[in-house]
Design a protein around this ligand. Structure first.
Ligand SMILES: [Zn+2]
Ligand SMILES: [Zn+2]
Length: 141
């Protein structure tokens, strides 16, 4: 192993690097870089993610995304405010004052985050049909 590649953890912390590298094998024998904050071996954490995906059929991040969406839909009542449609696959978070068009294009996660943080007054749930109709009525399209 090339000693020149060694990046001590202290150095990594000081310079805000995500990884450090000791040149020594981890408990599973990987000579790999490690995550600065938790000292996890990069190879091990990669394997752990892969194992998670294999067991759960989705990545950890994907599962978090789903959980966030589910929670934000629940917080907004779980059904379309216009027609009561409740199949979450076709429900969309809509900005009450029409700002949603911009936000939706940028990132629907922003709306979810705001709702989860307690802002349930600026947002409402619309099904895909009602959302399109609203957009035509308001000329948001
Ligand atoms: Zn390892
Ligand atoms: Zn509807």
């Amino acid at each position: 192993m090339d000693n020149l590649n060694i990046v001590p953890r202290k150095y990594a912390i000081k310079h805000g690097l995500t990884f450090y590298f000791t040149g020594k094998p981890c408990k599973n024998g990987h000579v790999a870089k490690r995550l600065t904050d938790k000292a996890y071996c990069f190879e091990c954490s990669k394997n752990a993610r892969y194992a998670w995906k294999k067991t759960n059929g989705i990545t950890y991040e994907g599962q978090l995304r789903r959980a966030r969406r589910k929670l934000s839909l629940e917080l907004l009542g779980g059904k379309c405010v216009k027609c009561g449609f409740s199949d979450t696959r076709a429900l969309q978070i809509d900005h009450v004052n029409g700002g949603g068009t911009k936000e939706r294009v940028k990132d629907s996660r922003i709306a979810e985050k705001n709702v989860i943080n307690g802002n349930t007054t600026d947002y409402q749930l619309l099904c895909a049909n009602c959302n399109w109709i609203k957009r035509f009525e308001n000329k948001e399209h």
